[in-house]
Design a protein around this ligand. Structure first.
Ligand code: ZN
Ligand code: ZN
Length: 260
């Protein structure tokens, strides 16, 4: 399984990159490469086009409906609805149930059909806690996590390896379950110990991400979702004090290979 970091800036696009978006690739037994996008936050549709032709996407997963995780679906929808290829199938989008109405509101229109076309470009599926998703060679477990809005984390098995993705969350038992023995735990660390102690139930810190990775027995930890106003060395040091395994701080355009 290959993970491309398209955007990883926390809460809003930063000067050096877009908000959250990660592309997963895995070849199936017939040699076909499947491509699933996890989140498409503010600014991320631009750099996605420098990594793949978005028409090659097989599905999109949206962890929750904060703009830094879904807003650039507006661009992807325009791309899909008005593409010169008229044989594009409906693109499956797995997201919290209110997504279609939310996108229609952002685009100032009624319903799901873009102006001037006669078909719905996206096929929506509502995420639920405990759901199991199968997309080509990807097997995904969906768990609701701890955030101010309906939000999900994911445990993804493909090619003999396991990737866990926190989405946005504070520490919670579901996150520990998702990360259990994961080969790579892609985990947000949007807050900093001390500075952000007045908030609870929103984001992890580097320390809380490291604590979770240690409890779960994850093999390696990749920190993400660091806002532009935070020095990444701070959450990195917090995580290193809590988790003895390998830790990386992801950067835009990083490629992480998971091997079995
Ligand atoms: Zn976020
Ligand atoms: Zn959020």
């Amino acid at each position: 399984m290959r993970l491309h970091v398209i955007g990883c800036s926390g809460s809003f696009a930063g000067p050096d990159g877009a908000a959250s978006s990660y592309l997963l690739e895995q070849e199936d037994a017939d040699g076909r490469v499947w491509r699933v996008l996890m989140d498409l936050g503010s600014g991320a549709f631009g750099p996605l086009q420098s990594v793949i032709d978005p028409a090659d996407l097989d599905a999109v997963i949206i962890s929750h409906l904060h703009p830094d995780h879904y807003l650039d679906l507006t661009g992807l929808e325009v791309f899909w609805a008005y593409h010169e290829r008229t044989d594009l199938p409906q693109l499956p989008i797995h997201a919290p149930a209110p997504l279609p109405e939310r996108l229609s509101a952002v685009l100032s229109r009624d319903g799901r059909i873009p102006d001037g076309t006669d078909r719905v470009p996206f096929e929506y599926g509502a995420l639920t806690d405990g759901q199991e998703l199968r997309i080509g060679p990807f097997e995904m477990t969906v768990r609701e996590v701890q955030h101010p809005v309906e939000a999900y984390g994911f445990r993804i098995r493909a090619g003999g390896s396991v990737l866990a993705y926190s989405g946005d969350t504070d520490a919670c038992p579901a996150l520990d379950e998702l990360a259990a023995d994961a080969d790579l735990f892609l985990c947000e660390a949007g807050y900093v110990e001390g500075r952000d102690d007045r908030f609870t139930g929103v984001h992890l810190t580097g320390r809380r991400a490291g604590d979770c990775a240690a409890r779960a027995g994850a093999r390696s930890l990749a920190l993400t979702h660091i806002p532009a106003w935070t020095d990444p060395e701070v959450p990195l040091a917090e995580a290193r004090a809590a988790f003895p395994g390998e830790i990386t701080m992801v950067r835009p355009m990083d490629i992480l290979e998971l091997s079995s």
